[in-house]
Design a protein around this ligand. Structure first.
Ligand code: ADP
Ligand code: MG
Length: 579
């Protein structure tokens, strides 16, 4: 404590710390800006929302350097009155709210009047706007300093250009991800806006290339365009009305589930939001349809009466609050569940969490038959003790997740996913280190439909992916031709590649090639491995345990989870009071 005080005195502040002052405007703006704009994607979100509020029918978004070098959003909306232009960059200046009562029923996307001043405080900003008579006004300002205004010719509408974002807030800049990852987040923002506004045409230009084009059209066409036709084909439409709530949208079949929550699109009264209650209600409806770590794809539009929710709880307007969370959870979960029921994906009679064999037949060996989850097959199979694993007699699979086996001194429970991960990881690592061919050349290349955000990632990480055994070429705007795939990828290499891209977009930027490769090796093994819920044949179980026995470290997967636990016979004896 004492030392701290001494240090403080040593650094000699040039003002008296004991006195309170009002911050000068530029500093105050810069601090406040952090709440609204934390990265390029949030700037794009605010600018698109302004264009939508201005009634635009086409919006174009230009991005350079991941949005750090340049963001330009142009629209054909109402434009701003020449005298209003300098007001727009003032804090709490808005054309959308007049009185405090207006806040109780907000219909526009913006209402806080802080986006433009926030962006202006941390960038070089230029706004050109005209109300349509060809005489445009231009405003330029840097880092929150006083704006300069002049006249220019311009088409109707507004174009906002943001250059050198965070040039005067180096701390904020340090937290940004690589340009390709920031761009991935930007396309996500555009997709979120595009889904809610199918009548508006959107276009994204990235480093001078057209990467996204959504023509104005029906909602269905827009959803298909954003998700990709192939994915859209696997979506189930739903519509549900109950007292005070109106839900429509699409949910993905379980096989479309992803490794992350990136493609969960949620709207409340046409506003893209994140809401934990609603998202978990959807995931709840998928209970027992998805293994752990897989997340459903959905596009959900929810309409609630304006007086039942508060949209003004977050500076970036990303969240909403309901007056009754329980009701909302129930309504959403029921709506999605009935959509899945109608699609015959869920059984009418819900399965109990634990299921006991319903039929036991003794044939050539012991065979337990269960309906659904439970013990599938149980031919006791002896497996020699090779390597560090003990000799065991494999009994079968339970809950589609664990293998049961008996060793000389106890009962073994093997997590099939963790075990397979370990096997695949070591196999891939050995191949990689030995410089051996990790890939398998496909006789017929597999076309893979990509999302716009995935392409730049693919280019950035292409070389590393090749070292893992992927070889592909771009084929048309959104399609990739997979020519070589990792040997370990099994039957669905395209899904493995997509899962890897999702992971690359969501986890922190890896600096060294070595750790990037390590991470991708782990990811490839993880996404290629059999999952909890996959029912295995006895041959597959035996092969898995034999392969596990050959690994260097059969007892843990690389996530640090155990692959196997043993319940010693002495413990069983103790439980049953035999000792
Ligand atoms: P808010 O959207 O919360 O009102 P902003 O700072 O985002 O606050 O914008 C301030 C005002 O500038 C808006 O209320 C609107 O009147 C005007 N404005 C901003 N962008 C546009 C645009 N693209 N077209 C027309 N007017 C705009
Ligand atoms: Mg706004």
């Amino acid at each position: 404590m004492k030392r701290k005080r001494a240090n403080r005195q040593a650094s000699k502040p040039d003002h008296d710390l004991a006195r309170i002052r009002i911050l000068d405007k530029a500093v105050a703006e810069r601090i406040a800006a952090g709440e609204v704009v934390d990265r390029p994607a949030s700037v794009v979100k605010e600018l698109i929302e302004n264009s939508l509020d201005a009634g635009a029918t086409r919006i174009s978004i230009e991005i350079e350097g991941g949005g750090i070098a340049l963001i330009r959003v142009g629209d054909d909306g109402t434009g701003m009155h020449p005298e209003d232009l300098s007001l727009a960059v003032e804090r709490f200046a808005t054309s959308k709210v007049n009185t405090a009562e207006d806040l109780l029923a907000i219909r526009t996307l913006g209402f806080r009047g802080e986006a433009l001043p926030s962006i202006a405080a941390v960038s070089h900003l230029e706004i050109v706007s005209t109300v349509g008579d060809g005489s445009g006004r231009r405003l330029r300002m840097s880092g929150g300093e006083a704006p300069a205004l002049d006249s220019v010719g311009a088409p109707a509408g507004t174009t906002v250009t943001v250059r050198q974002l965070f040039f005067n807030t180096p701390a904020r800049r340090k937290f940004l991800k690589s340009p390709s990852r920031e761009f991935a987040l930007i396309t996500e923002v555009v997709n979120r806006a595009a889904l809610a506004n199918p009548a508006v045409a959107f276009r994204v230009v990235h480093e001078g290339n057209d990467v996204l084009r959504y023509p104005a059209g029906s909602l269905e066409d827009r959803v298909a365009a954003v998700l990709g036709g192939e994915t859209f084909a696997g979506m189930i439409a739903f519509r549900h009305e109950s007292a005070g709530a109106n839900l429509t949208g699409w949910v993905g079949r379980p096989e479309l589930a992803r490794a992350g929550r990136r493609q969960q699109y949620l709207y409340v009264n046409s506003r893209p939001v994140a809401n934990r209650i609603m998202a978990s209600a959807v995931e709840h409806a998928y209970q027992q349809l998805l293994p752990q770590g897989r997340f459903p794809l959905f596009v959900l539009f929810a309409g609630f009466p304006l007086d039942r929710l508060d949209v003004n709880i977050h500076p970036r307007k990303l969240e909403v609050r309901f007056d009754d969370d329980h009701r909302v959870f129930g309504v959403v979960a029921r709506a999605i569940r009935s959509a899945l029921l109608d699609a015959r994906l869920v059984r009418r009679v819900e399965q109990a969490a634990v299921q006991y064999p319903t039929e036991i037949s003794i044939g050539q060996g012991l065979s337990l038959q269960a309906d659904g989850v439970g013990v599938r097959e149980a031919f006791p199979v002896p497996i020699d003790g090779t390597g560090p694993l003990p000799a065991m007699r494999l009994l079968g699979q339970v809950y589609g997740t664990y293998l049961l086996a008996q060793s000389a001194d106890g009962l073994l429970v093997i997590d099939q996913h963790a075990a397979h991960e370990r096997v695949l990881y070591e196999r891939l690592l050995q191949q990689r280190v030995a410089g051996a061919a990790t890939g398998q050349v496909l006789v017929t290349p597999i076309p893979v439909e990509l999302d716009a955000w995935q392409l730049p990632l693919l280019r950035t990480y292409g070389e590393a992916l090749e070292q893992l055994g992927f070889a592909f070429e771009e084929f048309g705007e959104r399609t990739l031709l997979l020519r070589v795939v990792p040997q370990i990828a099994g039957r669905s290499p395209a899904a493995v590649l997509k899962d890897l891209l999702t992971e690359l977009a969501e986890t922190e930027h890896t600096k060294t090639t070595e750790s990037l490769l390590e991470r991708l090796t782990i990811g490839t093994a993880c996404h290629s491995a059999i999952r909890a819920g996959d029912v295995l044949t006895m041959e597959q179980m035996v092969a898995l345990v034999q392969d596990l026995a050959k690994t260097d470290d059969p007892y843990t997967c690389f996530h640090g989870r155990p692959t196997l636990v043993s319940v010693p016979l002495t413990q069983l004896d103790r439980w049953f009071l035999r000792r």
